[in-house]
Design a protein around this ligand. Sequence first.
Ligand SMILES: *Cc1c(COP(=O)(O)O)cnc(C)c1O
Length: 409
Amino acid sequence: MNEMKTAKTVSDTKPRSSITSLYDSYVVPTYKRSLTLVKGQGSYVWDDDGKQYLDFGGGIACNCLGHSHPAIKRALQKQSSELIHTSNLYYTELQAQLAQSIVKLTGPGKVFFCNSGAESNEALYKLSRKFGAKEGRYEIITATGSFHGRTLGGISATGQEKVKKDFGPLVPGFVHAPFNNLSAFEKAMTDKTAAVLVEGIQGEGGINLATPEFILGLRKITKERNILFLWDGVQCGHFRTGFWQSYEALLNETAEAEDFLPDGVAMAKSLGGGFPMGATWIAQPHADLLQPGTHGTTFGGTPLACAVALAVLDEIFKNDLPNNIHQRGQQTRDLLSTLIEGGKIKAVRGLGGIIGFQPVETNLDVVARLSAKGLLTVPAGENIIRLLPPLNVTEQEVNQALTIIKETL
Ligand SMILES: *Cc1c(COP(=O)(O)O)cnc(C)c1O
């Protein structure tokens, strides 16, 4: 007879200090973690000592409405009592509605739903392979310093050696060229090139903004050579720049702004406001390339995820959050710029709610000291500290964050 061991539940609360030792024993240590967080509300989170933090990490650009937003709670509660998951063998109204919303925001095309940023890029890689298959084209050019996710496809696409180390052989066909270097990208194009994939603002790479010349040049060359121009909007998209996609922000002052469209856009992070989901928008001419049996996902676009994403979009528009984050971004950059004058930081860059600054000291040290003073931030490449506040962050919260930064430096 099998004797069932008494099932321990999570609610058998352990002394708090033992949480980290449980991690040490049972969680694969892919992350260096710091605090133990127990609660979030708006732009704030609390740790297990009851200490409050202003959260300018935003779950790495996911919590676009902050924590415990009533619209997200309502959507989760309502939809979870109706239909959570069906698989993609069936139609659901909410997936159709969300696809329509994304197409209206982006441009003529169709949407594939998935669960993460790496997966939304993966759909772009497979689209590229399908697109080039008849002519034997399969190469995808990405930028140095880029980040496209942690799957084998993702690290192959990512233009950073450190993510690839010891994971070879990588997925073949990815070629890297220096970011913002149009002629290098052009030189990298061969008769095997199927696509080019870039982030509008490199997030993990250190908040590096693509220049209008680079974007417009790539659009022109890829069109001429029948190469797909693909956009990784996972971190910089979803109104983080004050615009739906970052190309709209980056090209804002150019004559071509109105007509610019990539051939595919990867989305995730803020799409579900913290609820995991991803989506890949594919431009009309290529939107039917991936046919039944060629690609798929069990969970992608569940009614629950789509209900949340629709509620997030609704909340963003109802409260004119693109305008809010545009203004808060300006305020943040202005305040940080005064610290450049004081010699405390070397550089500030970014747009809206995706801002990076380079401290004189080591970024990891500063991130830890900011946290001790009650401000959560995220480090990024090239000694950068990232600020990724919610789109509904207030003027007062930005002032509070900048006061903490000033006191810390
Ligand atoms: C975070 C990120 C990804 C990967 O997203 P996951 O959801 O972690 O798979 C891909 N591209 C960019 C630009 C990102 O910032």
